[in-house]
Design a protein around this ligand. Structure first.
Ligand SMILES: Cc1cc2nc3c(=O)[nH]c(=O)nc-3n(C[C@H](O)[C@H](O)[C@H](O)COP(=O)(O)OP(=O)(O)OC[C@H]3O[C@@H](n4cnc5c(N)ncnc54)[C@H](O)[C@@H]3O)c2cc1C
Length: 361
C-alpha cells in the first residue's frame, strides 16, 4: 500500500478563521489581497510537522500534514504563508486518492508543479495544496515521449533536443513541470508547448480518467483549455510528438545562452509577469523599460534591472508588495502608452471558493 505524505497545520480553527468581508474571488483580473499590511496567517504556523493519516475509500493511506507547510517553500518567488493541508504525490494512484479525498470532503485544492508561475498570498491557502512529483518518462518510438506531469520541463527539453528531436528546445531553462507547462502553454523563442502535444491524460475531480487528443484541445498564447475545465482534477501525463532535427541540440544551447544573458538567473522570480500585448510588435518588457521602471521597487518586490518583465523578490517581499508592484507597473504603462498589460502569473487567492481555484476566470 502506498503512502502519501501530507504536510499540514496543527490548529483546529484553520478553516473557521473569519473570512474577509468581501471574499469574492478575483483571479488574474484584479489583485486585492484580503488584508492590507499586517499579515495574520490563515493558520498558525508551526515548524513541527503535524501528520495526520487519512484512510481513503480506495484503501490508500494519505498522510496529511496540517498547516505546517509554507507556500513560500513551494514557489520560485519565495512568497506565501501556510496551507491548511499539504500532500506530495509521486504516482497516479496517490494523485487520484488525494483529489478524491478533497472532493469527498469539500476541501478546495490546487495542484502545483514547481510553483514557478504562481503568486501565493502571505495568508496562505485555505485548502489543500497537492504537490505533483509524477516524474516518469517513456519513449517507445523515436520522437514520441509520454511524460508524467511532474517531470521537469527543462530536463525534458534537454533530453529531446540532445536526442535530435525538435519542438522543445525552448523548454531548456524553464523551471516548471510538464503539467504546469501544458496548463500554461509555456513557450519562448517562437515555440510553445501546444505545438508538440499529441494527447493529454487527465483525471477529473471525481477521480475518473480521460485522454484528450490534441485536435480537441484549443490552446492559445500562454493559455490552454485546462484553465477553463470545470471538472479538471489534474493533468496526469502528456504525450509529445517531435520531429527529427540535426540542429535541435545547437538551438537548445543558443536559447540557454540567450536566457543566461537576458534574464536574472539565480534571482527569485516567476518568469515574465505580463503577457506580451497582442498585435503591437512590442514586448511587455520593452514597455516597462521605456516607462522607466527598471529597478523600481515596492518593499522587497522589484522590477529586475536585467529583464523588465521579471519582477524579483529581492528579499522579504510580501505578497502585497508584489501585488502592489504589479498594479503600479500596469497603471504606469497604461498612462504612458495606453496599453493594458495582462498578467501571465497566477495569483492564488487564499479563500477561493472554487474547489479547483486554479482555473482562469
Ligand atoms: C526563471 C524563469 C523563467 C521562466 N521562463 C519561462 C518561459 O520562457 N516561458 C514560459 O512560458 N514560462 C516561463 N516561466 C514561467 C513558468 O516556469 C512556466 O509557466 C511553467 O510552465 C510553470 O510550471 P510549474 O510546474 O512551475 O507550474 P506552477 O507554477 O506550479 O502552476 C502553474 C499553474 O498550472 C497549474 N498546474 C500545474 N501543474 C498542473 C497539473 N499537473 N495539472 C493541472 N494544473 C496544473 C497550477 O495549478 C497553476 O494554476 C519562467 C519562470 C521562471 C521562474
Amino acid at each position: 500500500m502506498s503512502n502519501i505524505l501530507l504536510h499540514s497545520l496543527p490548529t483546529a480553527n484553520c478553516l473557521t478563521k473569519p473570512k474577509p468581508q468581501n471574499s469574492s474571488i478575483s483571479f488574474h483580473t484584479s489583485y486585492s489581497s484580503p488584508t492590507n499590511s499586517s499579515v495574520s496567517f490563515l493558520c498558525e504556523h508551526s515548524n513541527s510537522k503535524q501528520e495526520q493519516t487519512q484512510k481513503c475509500k480506495d484503501g490508500l493511506n494519505l498522510n496529511f500534514i496540517r498547516a505546517s507547510k509554507l507556500l513560500k517553500d513551494l514557489s520560485s518567488w519565495g512568497i506565501g504563508g501556510p496551507c491548511n493541508y499539504f500532500v506530495k504525490v509521486h504516482n497516479q494512484t496517490q494523485l487520484v486518492s488525494a483529489i478524491r479525498y478533497c472532493h469527498e470532503h469539500s476541501i478546495r485544492f490546487i495542484i502545483i508543479g514547481k510553483g514557478s508561475n504562481c503568486l501565493f498570498d502571505d495568508l496562505g491557502f485555505d485548502g489543500c495544496v497537492i504537490l505533483n512529483r509524477i516524474e516518469f518518462l517513456e519513449s517507445n518510438e523515436p520522437g514520441i515521449y509520454r511524460v508524467g506531469s511532474g517531470f521537469q520541463f527543462n530536463k525534458l527539453g534537454m533530453q529531446c533536443s540532445n536526442e535530435g528531436f525538435t519542438g522543445l528546445e525552448f523548454a531548456g531553462g524553464i523551471p516548471g513541470t510538464v503539467g504546469g507547462a501544458t496548463y500554461m502553454n509555456a513557450g519562448a523563442n517562437g515555440q510553445e508547448t501546444a505545438d508538440v502535444v499529441d494527447s493529454v491524460e487527465i483525471v477529473k475531480n471525481d477521480g475518473n480518467f480521460q485522454t484528450l487528443n490534441r485536435i480537441d484541445l484549443k490552446f492559445g498564447y500562454r493559455t490552454s483549455p485546462f484553465k477553463f475545465m470545470k471538472d479538471l482534477g489534474s493533468i496526469v501525463a502528456v504525450m509529445f510528438k517531435l520531429q527529427p532535427s540535426g540542429s535541435a541540440k545547437r538551438r537548445l544551447q543558443e536559447y540557454l545562452e540567450r536566457r543566461r544573458v537576458s534574464q536574472p538567473i539565480g534571482e527569485r522570480s516567476a518568469g515574465s509577469v505580463f503577457r506580451n500585448p497582442p498585435n503591437l510588435g512590442i514586448a511587455a518588457a520593452e514597455l516597462i523599460e521605456k516607462a522607466g521602471l527598471k529597478g523600481f521597487r515596492v518593499g522587497g518586490a522589484m522590477v529586475s534591472n536585467i529583464h523588465a518583465n521579471f519582477f524579483i523578490n529581492s528579499g522579504g517581499s510580501t505578497s502585497q508588495d508584489m501585488l502592489d508592484l504589479i498594479a503600479f507597473v500596469k497603471e504606469k504603462v497604461d498612462q504612458k502608452f495606453g496599453v493594458q498589460l495582462k498578467e501571465e502569473v497566477l495569483y492564488v487567492h487564499p479563500y477561493c471558493n472554487d474547489l479547483n481555484p486554479n482555473r482562469d476566470k
